[in-house]
Design a protein around this ligand. Structure first.
Ligand code: PLP
Length: 375
């Protein structure tokens, strides 16, 4: 069992690469303007729209998830605009903070880490802010392993007349996500998560409504200008040189997802999430999020008493080579996280749970936790 096998990488991104992705990345370059690119690009975006469940647009830029935050802001908003942002962990906090840096008037719909932003909390933030131009919703808070009720929050935001900007970085292609059905305007994700690709591609589902809003934005923009992207995409390419190997990778990942079936992929993640939570609970470890709001792409749990998160991470690493993650922000050393998104199956999760059990035993010199697992 070595890290070379990738599937032992149990951090919540970068995730193991799908074998078809690895193969696709061996391809030679092609001209980025012309028939070969157009064919690849049109097909890739058509498939990406199917996975996002939208008839509007999906665009790709070289970049990562945080670049998606910035792209959405500069295209849809103007300095001073009011936005409501869900904050239930580190990524929601960063997104809200970025809005402030851009001079937006940000109202935070905050709850303690480990909880989800409920419809009530979100509705009162929308009411208190008034005249809200857009909302930032973190669909899946990777730092705490919590999934927010996106459909409900999105609908409240639409009722308030706001544009719905969604951080789907650790949910897209893993958790149920209905861009058109739930009225979402800008859905951000990054290739290194459930898309089973290397880092480097920022993927954005964009509604017609968002493209219209881009004409009104008061921010200067060049690289992220969605209007250039609309024009180039219609002509079968991107405004600047695309990261071709990542496009080959993303196209292959989309094929794998569509062959499995979008809903089947969601169901597989639901099974993996439940399996991971059950495995950790069987060891007597406490889960950070309540099962009703627990994420099916990343599980956060507390290391046993007397152990820090980095001690447990290191113990697992030396036991098996499996890489699990620690927490973020003030929970950095109080919470461990295990990723189970993308190219992932039950045997790797079982191996991870078994290694966590041995890691706990090794550090407590008791041998009781792994015995519990064998029982
Ligand atoms: N949003 C969420 C929910 C994330 O999990 C991450 C990264 O893990 C980001 C945003 C930032 O993405 P990136 O590191 O790709 O910029």
């Amino acid at each position: 069992m070595t890290l070379d096998q990738g599937r032992w990488l149990r951090i919540p991104g970068p995730t193991p690469l799908h074998p078809r992705v690895v193969a696709a990345m061996q391809r030679e370059m092609i001209p980025h303007r012309g028939a070969a690119m157009q064919q690849l690009f049109d097909g890739m975006l058509r498939k990406a729209r199917q996975v996002h469940r939208t008839d509007d647009y999906v665009f790709v830029w070289p970049g990562t998830g945080s670049a998606g935050w910035e792209a959405a802001i500069v295209n849809l908003l103007s300095p001073g605009d009011r936005v409501v942002a869900t904050v239930c962990g580190d990524f929601g906090d960063r997104f809200a903070g970025l809005g402030e840096r851009f001079g937006l008037n940000v109202t935070r719909a905050s709850v303690p880490w480990g909880q989800a932003v409920s419809a009530d909390v979100f509705a009162s933030a929308l009411e208190s802010a008034s005249d809200v131009k857009a909302v930032f919703i973190t669909h899946n808070e990777t730092s705490t392993g919590v999934t927010n009720p996106l459909a409900e929050l999105g609908s409240l935001a639409r009722d308030a007349g706001a544009l719905v900007i969604v951080d789907a970085v650790s949910s897209a292609a893993g958790l149920p996500l209905e861009m058109d059905g739930w009225g979402l305007d800008w859905v951000i994700s990054g290739s290194q998560k459930a898309w089973m690709c290397p880092p480097g591609l920022m993927i954005s589902g964009v509604s017609e409504r968002a493209v219209s809003a881009a004409a009104e934005s008061g921010y200067p923009r060049f690289f992220w200008d969605v209007r250039s992207m609309v024009m180039s995409t219609a002509a079968g390419s991107t405004p600047s040189t695309p990261p071709l190997s990542l496009l080959f990778a993303f196209d292959a990942a989309l094929d794998a997802i569509l062959e499995e079936g979008v809903e089947q992929v969601w169901q597989r993640h639901a099974r993996l999430g439940a399996h991971m939570r059950a495995g950790l609970s069987d060891l007597g470890l406490d889960l950070f999020a309540h099962p009703n709001i627990a994420s099916d792409t990343v599980t956060a749990f507390l290391p046993p008493g007397g152990m820090t998160a980095s001690e447990l991470r290191d113990a697992v690493r030396s036991d098996s080579g499996i890489e699990i993650a620690v927490g973020q922000g003030e929970y950095a050393d109080r919470v461990n996280r295990v990723g189970h998104m993308g190219w992932t199956a039950v045997p790797e999760l079982d191996a991870t749970v078994a290694s966590i059990a041995r890691g706990v035993d090794a550090s407590t010199s008791q041998g009781t936790v792994s015995a519990q697992l064998r029982a």
